[in-house]
Design a protein around this ligand. Structure first.
Ligand code: ZN
Length: 136
């Protein structure tokens, strides 16, 4: 068992798949120690790249205390909060947040992605948006 496994506060379909979450916790155990991953599978790659950049930055600059304190989705976009940021990290986070707005949160596609308004705002490609409409 991975000791960083934890229950996400949002137990609904928007949560990242367990196996993807485990991958991220295994790759970035220190920076993700205090964070849950209440975002869709489609953003796995964005998360992976962002965490990788932050982890390398931490190693290069010997910044041991840096942690991600919260990850969430707000208005259809990724939000990533860090206990202490530098200009470089801020830049990485900003780019990842921008990318999340053009990346389907469900499947990761960038094909005709837009913000869909429902009970909450979701960033979806046209296929996933259609599927969601059919379910409702
Ligand atoms: Zn999609």
């Amino acid at each position: 068992m991975c000791k960083y496994q934890q229950k996400s506060p949002r137990e609904n379909e928007e949560n990242m798949k367990r196996e993807l979450q485990d991958k991220l916790y295994k790759k970035y155990p220190k920076i993700l120690k205090e964070a849950s991953l209440p975002v869709g599978d489609g953003w796995y790659k964005i998360m992976d790249e962002l965490c990788n950049k932050i982890q390398n930055h931490i190693k290069r600059n010997k910044l041991k205390h840096i942690r991600v304190v919260q990850i969430k989705e707000k208005f259809g976009g990724l939000r990533f909060y860090i206990n202490e940021s530098s200009e470089e990290i801020y830049e990485y986070v900003y780019k990842a947040e921008e990318e999340s707005l053009v990346t389907c949160e469900e499947c990761g596609s960038k094909d005709r992605v837009k913000q869909i308004r429902g009970d909450w705002i979701a960033t979806l490609c046209y296929k996933c948006a259609e599927e969601r409409n059919e379910k409702q």
